[in-house]
Design a protein. Structure first.
Length: 261
């Protein structure tokens, strides 16, 4: 009887032990599974955070690319404007050279050898004619250098001409074309100085309206908007019917459009 009870007790004890062990295993398995889920969840969060950072970086790069594209478009526009201005400059200069060249050829054909009615030679008259011919020939020689687009050499040639013939009928033209050569070379400070010389030294010259125009253009290139406006408006008031006035009006409108004045 005692043995039977001991056997039953041992059986119950073994059953309880197995039950406790099974429960512990189940709990342990559940805990491990829970840990695995939490780890996977954290991994997903980290992956999402990395994606967010990558997305932010991508958006930042897109903004930078957009800004660079805008800067490139602005640079291309400015380059196009510079090329257009340079082309207009050369076209204007070539036209002026052609016009003056035609006038020079016309005046050259009008010069004839002096007629001497008597054997008595008027020495003073002959010397005067020779002087006039020399002035014109030397001017045409300097002008030919300018036409060849040798602008630095042309500047030197006109400087020598003005020293040699300070009272020449072509002195105002020589001074003007020397200033134009400086302008083409983009030496705008020197251009300002020499265009002012045309205006101040030869106030009755036909080149004064053009000198005011290019004076305004030179100040424009130097970004001296106030003096550019003053020079261009002078043409509009004093030489309203000239070609220079039409070009001055166009530049003034551009300056207003660009907010320069």
């Amino acid at each position: 009887m005692v043995g039977f009870k001991a056997l039953r007790f041992a059986s119950h004890f073994l059953f309880l032990s197995l039950l406790i062990l099974f429960t512990a295993n189940v709990f342990a398995a559940g805990t491990v599974k829970n840990y695995d889920q939490r780890i996977k969840h954290l991994e997903r969060l980290m992956q999402n955070q990395n994606l967010i950072e990558m997305l932010n970086q991508l958006q930042s790069l897109q903004r930078e690319v957009s800004a660079l594209r805008g800067e490139m478009e602005l640079l291309n526009h400015n380059q196009s404007e510079i090329k257009k201005q340079q082309k207009d400059l050369y076209l204007d200069l070539d036209q002026r050279i052609q016009d003056l060249d035609q006038r020079l050829n016309s005046s050259a054909t009008a010069v004839t050898a002096p007629i001497v009615p008597t054997p008595v030679v008027d020495t003073s008259s002959t010397n005067s004619d020779q002087q006039a011919l020399s002035e014109q020939e030397d001017y045409q020689s300097a002008f030919a250098v300018l036409k060849a687009k040798k602008y630095e050499e042309a500047i030197e040639a006109f400087q020598v001409y003005l020293i040699t013939y300070p009272a020449s009928d072509f002195a105002d033209n020589a001074q003007y074309w020397m200033a134009e050569a400086y302008y083409v070379l983009r030496d705008y400070q020197s251009a300002v100085s020499h265009f002012n010389k045309v205006i101040n030294a030869y106030p009755e010259s036909r080149k004064v309206p053009d000198a005011y125009l290019k004076l305004g253009f030179s100040f424009y290139e130097l970004k001296d908007w106030q003096n550019a406006q003053r020079a261009l408006e002078t043409i509009m008031t004093q030489y309203a019917t000239s070609t220079a006035a039409r070009l001055a009006d166009r530049r003034l409108k551009k300056m207003k459009q660009d907010g320069r004045i």
